[in-house]
Design a protein around this ligand. Structure first.
Ligand code: SF4
Ligand code: SF4
Length: 205
């Protein structure tokens, strides 16, 4: 258990709803949910989530901290915005779901083997390194980290060759690739954003 997690447990003892309201993006909306179930019924991945959005909101109010924060459900959201468009109470459901995932990660409680959580980290690392997504490196990293590496690559070899032929894939991207013009500037912006975020967390902690 991380120190930060322990700190939050002590600070919000027995009041998980308050913890969510103070620390999760748009978390103050959770109490507005009237449990109609429209979001869960509208979510294309709802049947595959252990706890679809409506259930997560109910669990937050019931104080099921561990069950919510350690769940892989939040990592299943594809940001299709179906739920937001249909919620009769206007809850920013997608943002709350991503906020919960981010908070769980910050606390060190996000499921380590969850493929979409791994993908999110790979995508972020890939993008922030040069300021541009290197799709070839991202695809390969994904095969080797989430899939079965060589086996997956071999299964897709015909597709890869066709992409090469059609000039939709450039093997030189592996050694270089696109970069944004001012990488230092980009990294400075990211560092500043991180500092602001840390300060915000510190203020709330
Ligand atoms: S659609 Fe809105 S009000 Fe209904 S359960 Fe989902 S979040 Fe709650
Ligand atoms: S935005 Fe996320 S939670 Fe909402 S319907 Fe789409 S996948 Fe489901």
């Amino acid at each position: 258990m991380t120190d930060y997690n322990q700190q939050m447990i002590e600070k919000y003892r027995e009041n998980f709803l308050k913890e969510v309201e103070h620390n999760v993006e748009e978390g103050e909306w959770v109490k507005m949910c009237m449990q109609c179930g429209v979001c869960s019924g509208s979510c294309p991945f709802g049947p595959y989530w252990e706890h679809p959005p409506q259930e997560l909101f109910m669990m937050i109010r019931a104080g099921k901290r561990d069950e919510v924060l350690k769940s892989d459900s939040m990592w299943m959201c594809t940001s299709c915005y179906n739920c937001i468009a249909r919620c009769p109470r206007g809850l920013p459901i997608t943002h709350i779901i991503h906020g919960l995932a981010t908070y769980a990660k910050r606390l060190g409680l996000a499921p380590k083997e969850q493929p979409t959580a791994k993908f999110a980290q790979l995508f972020w690392d890939n993008l922030t390194k040069t300021g541009r997504v290197n799709e070839l490196k991202l695809g390969l990293a994904l095969y080797f980290k989430v899939g079965e590496g060589l086996k997956t690559a071999l299964e897709n070899k015909d597709l890869g060759l066709a992409m090469l032929k059609a000039k939709r894939m450039n093997p030189f991207e592996l050694v270089g690739g696109h970069k944004c013009k001012d990488i230092k500037g980009l990294h400075a912006i990211l560092a500043k954003a991180e500092e602001i975020e840390e300060r915000k967390i510190g203020m709330k902690a």
